[in-house]
Design a protein. Structure first.
Length: 413
């Protein structure tokens, strides 16, 4: 199938060809006709499948089709809501690429940066708005945004949106748009709460599912190192010195962990940068740029900060901390071995993480390859250290929380 068969017209076809896309991906083949037919859809697809173009192209096409309508000045006709700033920026980049030869206008708004320049662009009028929930509602409250003309609402990475606690905002945004709009819900996984949201706001949605969410690519070698928690940094340095080369993402569960590892790797002369929720937007964008350009070859990230970010050509993923949600493991290692190339996934498991390995292996229906030949083996009988719980919480927790974080109740990702 070609993009032409999907009824995409010339100005968009030209931009798509210049972007180097020869043919539509599977999710595009399945989703584009449904969107052009004005159906509501629930699409289960991960980053890397071409899911952004799967909604961006038909949205642009529908807007082009209506361009003969009297021009009253531009109104927002398509609204894309994204949970993270990076993802919002990436979606906007996609729209800009496909938009090159049309006169449709798009822009992106997100928190963490000055609101004034965003207001200026919005006042001039746009057809397509990409936004994170908080800033969108803020601008709406200030009467800068009018959602009365939204024909298509896209909720991207819906599972992450709900994980990040945006459910009330999403519902509010949905109510602020017209009733007749088309809703497109994209999510890497469809857990119960996403299903519930879909059922409550979409009208008889069509479903598209690409790639089993629980499957991991056969092209990724998945290696497991049992290691005491205190030796994980040494093991990481040992592997970086001797085994792991190329472009690497290291995942940690907390911002604190990311910062600590970054300092150690920098001290050891590695070219490293990091992304997590406490870094300024500019710092996060800079880190991504440097990694994509090859100025640094190691990126350390929390899951939430890295989710949905299109980083290709990864040689290895290191699960420095194992995720407590098994699907997250699949997301993480899905970033390597893209487009048929070989990739490596290294997982470090300490005594207290053994249960995570069990649930991951159940989900992916595969046993990871245990590597025993390394300098920091874990005593197989080692049991997790159990902190006795009492009403005031464990000592461990008390020690790690700073006064500032207690006060602000900040996000951990
Ligand atoms: P996404 O899943 O939207 O994050 O897209 C992943 C990557 O695939 C992006 O770099 C897109 O530019 C690229 N892409 C999207 N559609 C196609 C296509 N039909 N052919 C080749 N690459 C594509």
């Amino acid at each position: 199938m070609s993009f032409k068969d999907l009824k995409i017209s010339k100005p968009i076809l030209r931009a798509v060809a210049e972007a180097g896309y020869d043919n539509p991906t599977l999710v595009q083949e399945k989703t584009i006709p449904l969107i052009l037919n004005k159906k509501d859809v629930i699409v289960s697809a991960q980053t890397g499948t071409g899911k952004t173009a799967a909604f961006a192209l038909p949205i642009l096409q529908s807007l082009l089709d209506q361009q003969d309508a009297p021009k009253k000045g531009k109104t927002i006709k398509a609204l894309i809501v994204s949970p993270t700033r990076e993802l919002a920026i990436q979606i906007e980049d996609n729209f800009k690429t496909y938009n090159t030869y049309t006169n449709l206008r798009s822009t992106v708004v997100y928190g963490g940066t000055s609101i004034e320049p965003q207001k200026d662009v919005l006042k001039k009028g746009v057809d397509i708005l990409i936004a994170t929930p908080g800033r969108l509602l803020d601008l709406h409250k200030q009467d800068i945004i009018n959602l009365d003309y939204v024909e298509t609402l896209v909720l991207d990475e819906a599972d992450l949106m709900l994980d990040m606690g945006f459910i009330d905002d999403v519902r509010k945004i949905e109510r602020l748009c017209t009733r007749e709009k088309q809703i497109l819900l994209f999510s890497a996984t469809i857990p119960h709460k996403v299903e519930q949201l879909g059922n409550s706001i979409l009208k008889t949605p069509e479903r598209v599912e690409v790639a089993q969410n629980s499957s991991t690519s056969k092209n990724v070698a998945q290696l497991l190192y049992y290691v005491p928690k205190r030796n994980k940094i040494e093991l990481c340095l040992h592997l970086l010195r001797n085994t792991i080369k190329g472009n690497i993402i290291i995942f940690r569960r907390t911002k604190f962990g990311v910062d600590k590892l970054e300092k150690t790797l920098l001290k050891n002369g590695y070219k490293v940068d990091s992304i997590h929720g406490d870094k300024s937007q500019t710092a996060r964008q800079d880190a991504l740029k440097k990694f994509k350009k090859g100025d640094v070859n190691i990126l350390i990230a929390t899951d939430v900060a890295a989710r949905g970010i299109d980083i290709t050509d990864l040689d290895a993923v290191i699960n420095f901390d194992l995720p407590n949600v098994p699907e997250t493991y699949v997301h993480r290692i899905g970033r390597t071995a893209r487009a048929g190339s070989k990739g490596m996934a290294y997982s470090f498991c300490s005594a207290d993480e053994k249960n995570y390995i069990k649930t991951i292996q159940q989900l992916i229906q595969l046993q990871l390859d245990i590597i025993e030949d390394h300098p920091y083996p874990l005593d197989p009988k080692a049991k997790p250290i159990v902190h006795k719980s009492n009403k005031t919480g464990s000592k461990h927790r008390k020690g790690r929380k700073s006064q500032a974080s207690k006060k602000k109740k900040k996000r951990w990702y």
